[in-house]
Design a protein around this ligand. Structure first.
Ligand SMILES: *Cc1c(COP(=O)(O)O)cnc(C)c1O
Length: 421
């Protein structure tokens, strides 16, 4: 084993340090400044460009995290304690957690089988049923571009507009994914981007909220900077947050923006390699875009392992509890868990993960649906079984700019070997 191949590592352009140095040289080591403004301008230009159409005029607020962006968008949509917010169940916890920060309740909606994202029909059923049961409409709808795959935005928007509910697009994983040539995050009332260490670009940690106009940008900026009133002293009439991006981190972001297009192209290139290879391997199916309208960035390439296929080492799958946690490089995880939960990847998927791991290749199950997370027990959920079925069969594979052609060949070869013929 020579080296380890990781799911999605950050990749620097080489220009980041100059922007950071400039911040030090000019003493802008604060959560505002030229890099924050410059990064916002770069992002604005990027999200507003459309293929074959006039540019949009969305505004951007750079923030300390994508999670913070969701939190502020919810507040700006008027979400308060006791309210309900519709959230795609098949996602990372950060899509739903901020709903609970406000004392509101997430209402989970299952996915449709093609995109793995929010099922528009279930969405409408959920809205009608919540209105019938609580007398109130949900306050916002959060579709998620899972692994960068676009959601069915025209259908979701049509339903949202019909009931007058704002859409907060969670495009944290979908930076640079497009629906019919328009960047995700620019369709809804708000759009969320993340620049965490493993996303399409990184600021080490950071995020942004795409706002529809200057007025909504002003309001988000005000909330992100402790909600100060216009007096010669600190006067507060609302609760604010300390959520602005640091000028140092924004310097990394400016460097990263110079290679964003390259990153997107590379993720798509890796996807093409898996697509071609898996067409020839029995037992594994590449998760592809349902049609050309879904222009995915393939942040993480994913695949389904046939339930009937056998993988080497299956008998050892789930033999012992995992120490630590997958994706646990940053932060602290609780150890000593039990071996099984009531909803987990099939044995052959876990065996494939272990087989790749011993070959030095990191892989990971799909996000476990939120309606199956103990922490969200008791939250309403509108289900079709799709996300649970995908979770049982799915796997995330190394993607992104640090994965070379040689790496992909090795990964594909290892997957081929892993199946018992
Ligand atoms: C990463 C992520 C977020 C949160 O972004 P952070 O910048 O890590 O706070 C939100 N939603 C989804 C789907 C994500 O993958």
């Amino acid at each position: 084993m020579s080296k380890r191949i990781y799911l999605c590592l950050a990749h620097m352009s080489g220009k980041e340090q100059a922007f950071i140095q400039e911040a030090f040289d000019t003493n802008w080591v604060v959560p505002l400044g030229p890099n924050v403004n410059g990064f916002e301008d770069d992002l604005k230009q990027f999200v507003n460009a459309r293929e074959g159409a006039s540019t949009l005029d969305k505004e951007i607020v750079a923030l300390s995290a994508g999670t913070a962006a969701i939190h502020l968008a919810l507040i700006a949509c008027g979400v308060k304690a006791g309210d309900e917010v519709i959230c795609q169940s098949f996602t990372f916890c950060a899509s739903a957690n901020p709903v609970t920060y406000l004392g509101a309740t997430p209402v989970f909606v299952d996915s449709e089988a093609d995109s793995w994202n929010m099922d528009p029909e279930l969405l409408e059923q959920a809205i009608i049923d919540r209105k019938a049961k609580t007398g109130k409409l949900p306050k916002a709808i959060i579709p998620v571009a899972l692994y960068g795959m676009p959601y069915r935005i025209p259908e979701i928007k049509a339903i949202a507009d019909k009931y007058g509910i704002p859409v907060i697009e969670d495009a944290a994983e979908g930076m640079g994914s497009r629906w019919k040539g328009q960047v995700l995050g620019t369709f809804g009332e708000y759009g969320v981007l993340s620049f965490n260490g493993n996303k399409m670009i990184t600021t080490s940690g950071g995020g942004a909220l795409i706002c529809k106009d200057a007025v909504s940008k002003q309001r988000i900026m005000w909330l992100a900077t402790q909600a100060r009133e216009a007096y010669p002293y600190y006067q507060h009439e609302a609760i604010g947050f300390n959520y602005r991006l640091s000028n140092i981190c924004a310097g990394i972001g400016r460097g990263q923006m110079t290679i964003l297009d390259e990153h997107i192209a590379h993720h798509k290139h890796i996807a093409q390699r898996y697509r071609e290879a898996f067409a020839e391997i029995d037992g594994i199916t590449f998760h592809d875009a349902p049609s050309a309208d879904f222009d995915a960035n393939f942040w993480l390439c994913t695949a389904l392992v046939d339930e009937k296929a056998h993988v080497r080492g299956e008998e050892k799958a789930y033999a012992e509890a995992v120490q630590g946690a997958v994706g646990g490089a940053a932060g602290v995880v609780h150890g000593g868990g039990s071996v099984h939960t009531d909803c987990e990847p099939n044995r052959n998927v876990e065996a494939l993960r272990m087989y790749l791991d011993q070959a030095g290749i990191e892989s990971r199950p799909l996000w476990k649906p939120m309606h199956k997370q103990p922490v969200f027990n008791g939250c309403p959920a509108y289900l079709s079984g799709v996300s649970e079925a995908m979770f049982r069969q799915g796997i995330c594979l190394p993607s992104g700019p640090m994965v070379s052609d040689e790496d992909v060949n090795f990964i594909i070869q290892t997957i081929r070997e892993a199946f018992v013929r």
